[in-house]
Design a protein around this ligand. Structure first.
Ligand SMILES: [Zn+2]
Ligand SMILES: [Zn+2]
Length: 422
């Protein structure tokens, strides 16, 4: 019978469509987009709503296999769908890690009953130990869309060189968690006046910039596809801006929390604000936003990293790094309008940006395309409450924050997978 979304305000970065349109879905596809469609179908009245392509998050942690007490592919995908994501890419730092075809197939199998598409990222090295290259060919064949040792940096530059060389063969990027482990050592937050005052070991900006510089150099040398994960430092953005003048094979991302929080949010020893890379400064936020504006930064990710309350209840030094992010990402992102970004641009960082990097046909609403769609109420005011969190873990420093704009419905492959009641 089909599904008809009427009276919504469509914003689609790939086709450039913006305005009031009706959208007809049949099966798993969008079959018609027009100013007015009258047809017998299940009706969704989207008056006053934004109708957006299903979002892509190319960087999250789902913890399965190994830490199902923190999150599973099922609960993580539910959390993602409720935040408007219809495609998410999960990092391989599970236990055991996703460093072979059987592990990739396991994720693909588990993802079949998920609320959104889950695309696994394979490890760069076996066991994520930074020594021996993992079998990229067989992982790619099973569905791995990229390779990363995220959570750890590949410290051996020769290993990184070889990994980048292989990207030319498999056409899948290496995603680098650029962090010089010798510089960050036992640091737990940004190194500066705040860390000194709090008596905590700091992670200097240079722990990131030294490795960003190395990775860019190796990408130039090899011609390999390099994607830099979660840039947090102003100087990193500058280096990428400069490198992109001559490099076509370099892309990068920013995590949503690095655009909204600073080292000040760590005050009170708030372990939910402990992330890797650490929250930096206002100056860094300014540079990251500028990087989005001028196209230096290609996409925004959540780096959704669930941890249990027991783990986060440890002292600041012992608590694990990471915060959850699916359910707040879009509501926060639309606030970037106040910093001069248009809605079309903001949506592109969650759709056309990651789709281009991963070479996937997602993140677009158009006739003939898979019907992955988000319905977003831009006027709805709400408070992010712990009891409403759908992720299995609740480690977010945004709990209690007032938000404006909320995902009220998510359609994945033509089916409503999430709808907000009330
Ligand atoms: Zn990372
Ligand atoms: Zn991560």
């Amino acid at each position: 019978m089909g599904l008809l979304i009427k009276n919504g305000y469509l914003i689609d970065p790939l086709t450039g469509r913006e305005g009031k349109y009706d959208i007809l879905i049949e099966g798993c596809k969008v079959v018609r987009i027009a100013k007015k469609i009258d047809k017998k179908a299940d009706l969704i009245d989207a008056k006053g709503m934004l109708v957006l392509p299903g979002l892509i998050d190319m960087h999250c942690h789902l913890r399965e296999p190994g830490r199902e007490d923190e999150e599973t592919i099922y609960t993580g995908s539910l959390s993602a769908a409720s935040g408007g994501f219809t495609t998410i890419c999960c990092m391989p730092n599970t236990s055991p890690p996703l460093d072979n075809k059987v592990a990739i197939r396991f994720v693909m199998d588990r993802a079949r009953d998920a609320f959104c598409e889950v695309l696994p990222i394979g490890a760069i090295t076996i066991g994520r130990e930074g020594k021996e290259l993992a079998p990229y060919g067989e992982m790619a064949e099973e569905g791995a869309v990229a390779f990363s040792d995220d959570g750890d940096c590949v410290m051996d530059s020769l290993v990184m060189r070889r990994a980048l060389e292989y990207t030319k063969l498999y056409k899948r990027p290496i995603i680098s968690h650029s962090e010089d482990k010798n510089l960050s050592r036992n640091g737990v937050m940004n190194e500066g006046a705040v860390s000194t005052k709090m008596g905590l070991a700091g992670i200097p900006s240079e722990a990131e910039t030294v490795m960003v510089h190395r990775d860019i150099s190796l990408s130039k040398m090899t011609g390999g596809l390099l994607h830099l994960a979660h840039l947090s430092v102003a100087e990193s953005v500058e280096m990428v801006r400069d490198a992109k003048k001559s490099l076509k094979n370099l892309t990068c991302e920013v995590a949503i929390h690095h655009l909204f929080l600073t080292e000040e949010d760590v005050k009170g020893y708030n372990t939910n604000a402990k992330v890797s890379p650490p929250l930096r400064t206002k100056r860094d936020i300014g540079a990251l936003v500028k990087g989005l504006k001028d196209g230096t930064i290609d996409c925004i990710v959540t780096d959704h990293a669930p941890h249990t309350e027991e783990e986060k209840a440890a002292g600041f030094e012992d608590a694990p790094f990471g915060m959850i992010g699916f359910e707040t990402a879009l509501s926060l992102a639309v606030e970037l309008q106040q910093k001069g970004l248009t809605l079309m641009e903001i949506i592109s960082f969650f759709t056309t940006g990651p789709a281009r990097i991963l070479h996937i046909e997602r993140g677009c609403i158009d006739e003939g395309r898979q019907a992955d769609i988000v319905i977003f109420d831009p006027a709805r005011e709400w408070v992010y409450r712990k009891e409403d969190i759908r992720s299995k873990s609740k480690n977010s420093p945004f709990i209690g924050r007032k938000m404006k704009g909320k995902v009220i419905g998510t359609i994945y492959r033509g089916r409503v997978v999430f709808s907000l009641k009330g």
